[in-house]
Ligand binder design. Structure first.
Ligand SMILES: *[C@@H]1O[C@H](CO)[C@@H](O)[C@H](O)[C@H]1NC(C)=O
Ligand SMILES: *[C@@H]1O[C@H](CO)[C@@H](O)[C@H](O)[C@H]1NC(C)=O
Ligand SMILES: *[C@@H]1O[C@H](CO)[C@@H](O)[C@H](O)[C@H]1NC(C)=O
Ligand SMILES: *[C@@H]1O[C@H](CO)[C@@H](O)[C@H](O)[C@H]1NC(C)=O
Ligand SMILES: *[C@@H]1O[C@H](CO)[C@@H](O)[C@H](O)[C@H]1NC(C)=O
Ligand SMILES: *[C@@H]1O[C@H](CO)[C@@H](O)[C@H](O)[C@H]1NC(C)=O
Ligand SMILES: *[C@@H]1O[C@H](CO)[C@@H](O)[C@H](O)[C@H]1NC(C)=O
Ligand SMILES: *[C@@H]1O[C@H](CO)[C@@H](O)[C@H](O)[C@H]1NC(C)=O
Length: 821
């Protein structure tokens, strides 16, 4: 009976399709020559079909859509063969007019991705009863600053040592912490170099029995044809990005990003981490004994939503424990419209921890990407390692900048003496100011001089140096933009250089303007640990900022971790920015929230290894409530302007792996269904929710959770004039069985906070206790003026154990909604 109905349905829709669209297209083509075609028809001819991600309401409807599309494909191919026979032109048989299913998703959404014309999409909307919505596929960029940096130029013994030592924390592996043993980290990125020493399988245990993944390296083109006990899976999903039907290619990394990210998360100990024998040091990832599953979904251009979903679908089935996703874009979309948000919720429901880049669109307000509360959203901070190149001026002043270009015979010559110093931008030409190219210097003599160039102008930092070198300049000083202030990066320049802060650059320019014969020298000083210009960590200028646009009641980013000048594995390629003749690197230094994300996913793997039964929310809570607020000098963490970093830049603070693993004490857990109730609280419709939840949801039968009330390890509260807001939280005891915690409170300015109770006494493991927090706007008094001037205020709420050893801290962010910006 059901079968009969199904076939009837299918025939009907094929029929209706052929009556409308195919006949129309065939008629149109046979009557007109190519030149006469209208724009829409031309789109068909040119194969400019779009990829759509289509959500339907049940797996059964995915099957139906599949059959429907197959039918369409067949009848379209047939129609086109007829057209091509009867037509005088040869170009109208474009293959792509035929719609094509590229992915059918099983685990993370009820839906599929297909290449379709708009007409074909309408036909699907009309003919598939369970159709929910279609999202055009988009490319999300990788979250690096696109500045591959060259480690090989560092001087011998340069101690570019393991990045676990950076940012004021050292890792604490030992037999209890297990190095992440038994945990599977899935990395969605640009693939991997399988035979890199960071991914050696020697001494690694076999994958857990639950592992079901596969390994798609090509045995004829690769020295490694199969995976090992380190890389236990490797697959490619690039159909959406590449719009090709035939091959998806090998999961081999031909760009570098994926190898770098994977080795940061789980790379094994590699001694003498250098290619040229120059930079001796040990490179190692955060969880060196965790297994790695690689999903190649990104190219240099970014990662397509349809491919990301296909990889998430596979990763869930394969059995990963942690997902590390280093891409993101400041283009805030509701969660049902954002493939990554929808796909990762399904992963979290299966107990998988999802760690995502916050993006590199800072320091602009609300530039944060990946805002969903089921993800850990990671910002980037500096480390206490600097690769210094100092600038000494003729007047004796000295400024410390950074550069990876440290040694060469020319450099040695240039650094040994004072040279004339020139700022081509002094007279205002923007091409000259940004050192755009060789022709920027027509009116300025730069030969043999040290040239000051401003950052920006759409010109890459490396190209500026190339322009200076081409024009005969001896060296250059890169001046940070005002917005980037004190964030400087050590780049792989082609000549002696120093990247200085905006403030130092201003002083250097003032010296040039005031001196009749300005001179300077650049002094490479190599890699220095613990002597940065500013005590680490600081929030990197590029690290994206909150507040969140999709959900004001959730504070994002969640946390920051090392993301500036990060050393990790590289797939034996040269620097891709410029010099193609550069030697193949096995290690490289790059920057971005792409780099901080795998630090956090690796540390999450260590927690998962120690506590296999913990939910993703418990792991996130342990990371956030133990995060640090101070730098290695004991002062509050600063941002790129050297102001105290606010909550929208640092979230809970800087990751502290030792405390997160050893002594979280209490955790804030969230059940997966709470995220659905939370979306009801955000007024998503049942239809929108069905797409994300993969089942029928009726918000009217669910008690909604308003976003401030989600059991999140931080608070973000909007407060109108004389308003009050009461929320509750539940903590779970994961520390000492018998324990008592007392409240410690730093109330945000202008706000009274009442917490009840103020003591939490636990007598059992995993015992849950609830407390309530009431936020009250202080009445308008003269002392309130300062708070009124500000749009935001911040504070903290901490539960401190009686032995003072465990501090469970939550940030409180208040947004005053009556004040203007
Ligand atoms: C077919 O398309 C190609 C590439 O667009 C073009 O060079 C060629 O002239 C076209 N042929 C005809 C017959 O239009
Ligand atoms: C391993 O680390 C844990 C947590 O830091 C600590 O409690 C334990 O004593 C350490 N064990 C050894 C053998 O060092
Ligand atoms: C595998 O490699 C061989 C040799 O390089 C190549 O001919 C073949 O097309 C590759 N196969 C796939 C599926 O990439
Ligand atoms: C690193 O290089 C030094 C000198 O070449 C060598 O003695 C040492 O064994 C190497 N260490 C490793 C771990 O390869
Ligand atoms: C700027 O203009 C002044 C006066 O015309 C000239 O002497 C100087 O060389 C110029 N400087 C640069 C960097 O072009
Ligand atoms: C040099 O850069 C300027 C400014 O970016 C641009 O207008 C000009 O076309 C460039 N010239 C060359 C030769 O690339
Ligand atoms: C750059 O410009 C200078 C002066 O205009 C010229 O001498 C030099 O050959 C140019 N170099 C390149 C690589 O174009
Ligand atoms: C949801 O809708 C209700 C009723 O219209 C409104 O009061 C509330 O502010 C909305 N919530 C959000 C998060 O927009």
């Amino acid at each position: 009976m059901a079968k009969f109905f199904f076939f009837f349905f299918l025939c009907l829709c094929l029929l209706s399709w052929s009556i409308t669209s195919i006949t129309f297209t065939a008629a149109a083509l046979s009557k007109k020559s190519i030149a006469e075609l209208g724009e829409e028809e031309e789109d068909h001819i040119n194969g400019r079909l779009k990829t759509y991600i289509i959500h339907v309401d049940s797996p059964k409807m995915v099957e139906k859509a599949e059959i429907f599309l197959e039918g369409l494909e067949k009848s379209m191919s047939k129609a086109l063969t007829m057209i091509s026979r009867s037509s005088s032109t040869t170009n109208n048989t474009n293959y792509y007019v035929v719609p094509r299913m590229i992915y059918s998703y099983k685990n993370i959404l009820n839906g599929f991705a297909a290449r379709l014309s708009e007409g074909q999409l309408s036909a699907i909307k009309a003919n598939i009863p369970g159709f929910l919505h279609a999202i055009p596929d988009t490319i999300v960029p990788l979250a690096t600053t696109h500045t591959p940096l060259f480690l090989g130029l560092l001087p011998a013994g340069g101690a570019a040592s393991a990045d676990m030592h950076g940012g004021g924390f050292s890792m604490i592996w030992n037999e209890t912490v297990h190095f992440g043993r038994g945990v599977i980290v899935g990395v969605l990125d640009t693939g991997i170099l399988p035979d890199h020493p960071s991914f050696s399988g020697d001494g690694m245990p076999s994958p857990p029995a639950k592992w079901k993944g596969r390994c798609d390296f090509n045995s004829s083109s690769s020295s490694i044809s199969t995976c090992n006990n380190k890389i236990i899976g490797a697959r490619t999903f690039l159909l959406g990005a590449e719009a090709k039907s035939s091959t998806t290619g090998e999961p081999r990394d031909t760009f570098g990003h994926g190898t770098h990210v994977a080795s940061t998360a789980v790379g094994r100990f590699v001694g003498n981490a250098s290619v040229l024998g120059n930079a001796a040091g040990t490179a190692v990832g955060m969880a060196p004994e965790a297994h790695l599953a690689v999903y190649k979904v990104c190219t240099e251009r970014g990662c397509a939503g349809s491919d990301i979903l296909a990889a998430l679908d596979a990763a869930v089935e394969d059995g990963v424990d942690i997902l590390s996703l280093s891409f993101g874009k400041a283009d805030s979309k509701p969660f049902d419209q954002d493939p990554t948000a929808a796909g990762t919720l399904a992963a979290v429901e299966k107990g998988i921890f999802v760690c995502m880049a916050g993006g590199n669109d800072g320091p602009r307000e609300s530039s944060i990407s990946n805002e969903a509360p089921w993800m850990l959203t990671v910002g980037a901070s500096t480390m206490d390692r600097t690769i210094r190149a100092s600038v000494k001026l003729g007047n004796g002043a000295e400024y410390h900048g950074e550069s990876l270009y440290q040694t060469s015979s020319q450099a040695a010559g240039a650094s040994s003496q004072f040279l004339p110093l020139v700022y081509p931008g002094a007279n205002g030409s923007s091409s000259a100011k940004f050192c755009s190219n060789n022709s920027s210097f027509v009116n300025v003599d730069v030969k043999g001089k040290i040239v000051v160039c401003d950052q920006g102008g759409g010109i890459s930092r490396i190209s500026k140096g190339e322009a200076v070198r081409a024009a005969g300049g001896a060296a250059f000083i890169l001046a940070s933009q005002e917005a980037n202030a004190y964030t400087t990066l050590a780049d792989a320049h082609v000549l002696l250089s120093s990247f200085v802060s905006f403030s130092d650059a201003t002083k250097i320019k003032a010296y040039i303007a005031s001196s009749s014969f300005p001179t300077a020298m650049i002094i490479p000083r190599g890699t220095l640990i613990g002597v940065g210009n500013i005590p680490a960590p600081t929030v990197a200028a590029f690290s994206s900022r909150g507040p969140s646009l999709q959900s004001k009641g959730i504070l994002k980013p969640d946390i920051i971790g090392p993301g500036v000048n990060v050393l990790a594995g590289w797939p034996a390629l040269g620097i891709n920015d410029g010099d193609s003749n550069s030697p193949a690197l096995m290690f490289n230094i790059i920057s971005g929230t792409s780099m901080s994300t795998p630090h956090l996913s690796g540390i999450a793997a260590l927690i998962k290894s120690a506590h296999p039964s913990w939910s993703p929310a418990m792991i996130r809570s342990a990371l956030m409530t133990t995060a640090g607020n101070t730098n290695i000098a004991g002062q509050l963490i600063a941002d790129e302007q050297l102001r105290w970093a606010d909550l929208f830049s640092k979230g809970a603070g800087h990751v502290d792996p030792r405390r997160a693993i050893n002594s979280p004490g209490l955790v804030y857990d969230i059940q997966p269904e709470d995220y659905i109730a939370y979306m009801c609280g955000l007024n998503y419709t049942d239809r929108q929710l069905a797409a994300v939840a993969r089942r029928a949801v009726s918000c009217s039968s669910i008690k909604p959770i308003f976003d401030v009330e989600l059991n999140y390890p931080s608070f973000s509260v909007e407060m109108g004039p004389s308003s009050t807001r009461k929320v509750s939280r539940t903590v779970t005891n994961v520390g000492q069985v018998q324990s008592t915690y007392k409240l410690e409170m730093v109330a945000p300015e202008g706000i009274e906070v009442d917490v009840s109770p103020v003591t939490l006494s636990f007598s059992r493991a995993d015992q849950k206790l609830e407390y309530t927090v009431e936020f009250r706007r202080k009445s308008s008094t003269s002392t309130d003026n300062s708070a009124k001037k500000n749009k935001y205020a911040e504070g903290y709420l901490s539960w401190v154990s009686s032995d003072q050893l465990t501090i469970v801290r939550s940030a409180i962010s208040i947004t005053f909604i009556d004040t203007t910006q």
